[in-house]
Design a protein around this ligand. Sequence first.
Ligand SMILES: C[S@@+](CC[C@H](N)C(=O)[O-])C[C@H]1O[C@@H](n2cnc3c(N)ncnc32)[C@H](O)[C@@H]1O
Length: 221
Amino acid sequence: MTGADATAPVGVGPWDGPLPAGDHWDPALLAGGDRRNVADHYRYWRHDAIVADLDTRRHDFHVAVENWAHDFNIGSVIRTANAFNAKAFHIVGRRRWNRRGAMVTDRYQHEHHHPSVADLVEWAATAGTSDEQGRARGIPLIGIDNLPGSVPLETYDLPRECVLVFGQEGPGLSQEMREACVAVLDIAQFGSTRSINAGAAAAIAMHAWVRRHVFDQPVGS
Ligand SMILES: C[S@@+](CC[C@H](N)C(=O)[O-])C[C@H]1O[C@@H](n2cnc3c(N)ncnc32)[C@H](O)[C@@H]1O
């Protein structure tokens, strides 16, 4: 038995058989094949049709990443935000960020840029669902970092509406961001390294939200 052909093209070739009817199909992809990094059920769909479909069932958590030094991990965080269908992602600091690790997944999400922590705080204060008087409740910022005063993610009851905020390689969350968060949560570690990669931490934190709010797993289980 031979191994997988590493040179084989990914995705699917041109549509085989009579062309399907429907606005969501992309004529160019049907004709030429679909080599994009998309789930099988979105093969041959138009890009805007995929975004519109995701919009019908986005989750109630947002993801924010501080970007003061073009951390290469940001792309990985954003790719995971796509996989878990975050409501939107927020880049705090420099507008330009290293997109390579996102593998184009950012194009299927809603991106917000905040030049400062204060701008994110201002946005969050008026975002989210409204109360009985029609006033926005605001969305709490939840820092994810292993810092003095942080509490375990594993036993924290993540709110349904929240912004999960990640820091950068090296310094982690800025002091200003730490103070803006209602809580900072750490992920338990058992080895010798100070921290895990921000992309890995983001995946764990988003999955914790999914366990709690999609699968309704009690906290700490
Ligand atoms: C490489 S860490 C850097 C900072 C870290 N506070 C330190 O003391 O070295 C970069 C980012 O990854 C995330 N991170 C890494 N390890 C984590 C952990 N054990 N718990 C929570 N977040 C973590 C945080 O968002 C953090 O800001």
